[in-house]
Design a protein around this ligand. Structure first.
Ligand code: FAD
Length: 412
């Protein structure tokens, strides 16, 4: 069955990773059928603008669509929208759609992404119309209707999504309070110096923060919503956005007996414990030879790259996922980019001046650059990426000196 020329690659999930795999296959001359199955109804779109330009009204739905319908037709990529895969038979190389339809595959790619983590809600509670999570286009459109001048928005979680929504809501004239259980903003990704700076910019823009705040419960009444805190206090608002992380959509893979560990475990070629099955994007926990361990990244660039790697591997190329993690976030006038890795033992080198027109905090371990946070300093991304991959010994003084070009002069 699987050698039948009519059986091809089936991709479950048509986010950036799934689309990148499909287009990557065609670009490499893959000639068999490609089917993209997506639970969501709209044509595949880009997610980063959901918390930024789309929420603020600067970009439309059409602007964030990855490709138009004609493109998929030309590329002979079949899209089954509004269709959910609910089971896999690995022996028969078949998957089952919710409507009962079976579909054969020669190779299967999981690109099922992740879903937002929810606050615990008492069982049997009525759906809350003023409580939002932000993952899909529909979430952004619904939230947008509640962001108007002088409305009070509570943001639960001071991670990337929470802070981006806070910045967008302030732009739209809302009053914004951010509730964070931890001691500082973007604690998981940023060193304390960067957290302090980002928090200060938010405060200058009118955002109020409450740290060490545990939300226990959310209760909606006609016209408002209130959160109950562990301190006993209740805070009322017009809308609540919850941004407390995501959970990988790996249930199907687990049920099919694939190795999973907070995501589908794959090797450096994006291949799972079954050689005909791949996993890419937010759902994949991939082996990265640069650090010799598995990591699950929830970043746009990783979704794009792993899609390409799976496509290349299926086409017989020896492609390896050994890239330096890169994620960006836009908040107010700030473009914040995180590169590489962080290590508590690393020395931090400040390049530029905190709050200056463009500055970076670079992490150096054993005289080698391992990671960096760049604030309005995107021009430094490529050179720092090269320093991380080359593992060159660097001269710390020159690294800190903005008068010295990063390209080669910082190498000791
Ligand atoms: C609001 C927001 C802002 C972001 N901003 C940034 C940013 O500024 N910078 C950055 O680097 N990254 C950002 N990201 C992260 C980045 O967008 C994601 O890492 C990327 O979209 C992941 O792509 P993916 O294809 O792996 O998953 P997804 O885009 O989540 O796509 C997975 C798709 O699979 C579908 N699916 C799941 N299960 C099934 C099933 N059983 N059957 C059929 N379909 C299924 C889902 O419905 C979904 O459509 C942002 C994410 C969000 C949500």
């Amino acid at each position: 069955m699987i050698d039948d020329m009519n059986v091809g690659v089936v991709i479950v999930g048509a986010g950036l990773a799934g689309v990148s795999a499909a287009t990557g296959l065609r670009r490499r001359g893959f000639d068999r059928p490609i089917t993209l199955i997506n639970e969501e109804l709209p044509l595949p779109y880009d997610r980063p603008p959901l918390s930024k330009e789309l929420l603020c009204g600067d970009r439309s739905v059409a602007d964030i669509t990855l490709h138009n319908a004609e493109y998929y037709e030309e590329q002979r990529i079949a899209i089954k929208s509004g269709s959910r895969v609910c089971g896999i038979d690995r022996e028969a190389h078949t998957l089952r759609l919710e409507d009962g339809q079976p579909l054969n595959y020669s190779h299967l790619i999981f690109a099922t992404g992740a879903r937002p983590r929810h606050l615990p809600v008492p069982p049997g509670s009525a759906p809350l119309t003023r409580l939002f999570h932000l993952r899909e286009l529909g979430d952004a459109m619904a939230l947008r209707e509640h962001l108007a001048h002088d409305r009070h928005v509570l943001v639960v979680g001071a991670g990337f999504i929470g802070l981006e929504v806070a910045a967008s809501a302030r732009r739209l004239g809302c009053r914004v309070t951010v509730l964070e259980a931890g001691p500082r903003v973007i604690e998981r990704a940023a060193p304390p110096e960067v957290s302090a700076f980002v928090q200060q910019v938010h405060q200058e823009n009118g955002v109020e923060f409450r740290f060490g705040t545990q939300v226990l419960d959310v209760i909606e009444q006609p016209g408002s919503i209130a959160v109950h805190l562990a301190s006993g206090e209740a805070l009322a608002a017009d809308a609540v956005l919850v941004g407390i992380g995501v959970i990988p959509n790996d249930v199907l893979a687990r049920e099919a007996g694939l190795a999973c560990d907070n995501g589908i475990v794959v090797d450096q070629h994006c291949c799972s414990s079954d050689p005909r099955i791949f996993a890419i994007g937010d759902v994949a926990k991939s082996f990265n030879p640069l650090i010799a361990r598995h990591v699950r990244l929830e970043h746009w660039e990783s979704a794009r790259q792993t899609g390409e790697i799976a496509a290349a591997t299926i086409c017989g190329e020896l492609a390896v996922n050994a890239s330096v993690p890169w994620v960006w976030s836009d908040q107010y006038h700030l473009n914040i980019q995180f590169l590489g890795w962080s290590d508590p033992r690393a020395e931090k080198v400040l390049r530029g001046e905190v709050g200056g027109p463009g500055w970076s905090l670079i992490e150096v371990l054993d005289k080698r650059v391992i990671g960096a946070v760049l604030i309005n300093a995107g021009r430094d991304r490529r050179p720092i990426e090269r320093l991380i991959t080359s593992r060159h010994v660097v001269d710390m003084e020159r690294l800190a000196d903005t008068g010295v070009a990063l390209k080669k002069w910082v190498v000791a």
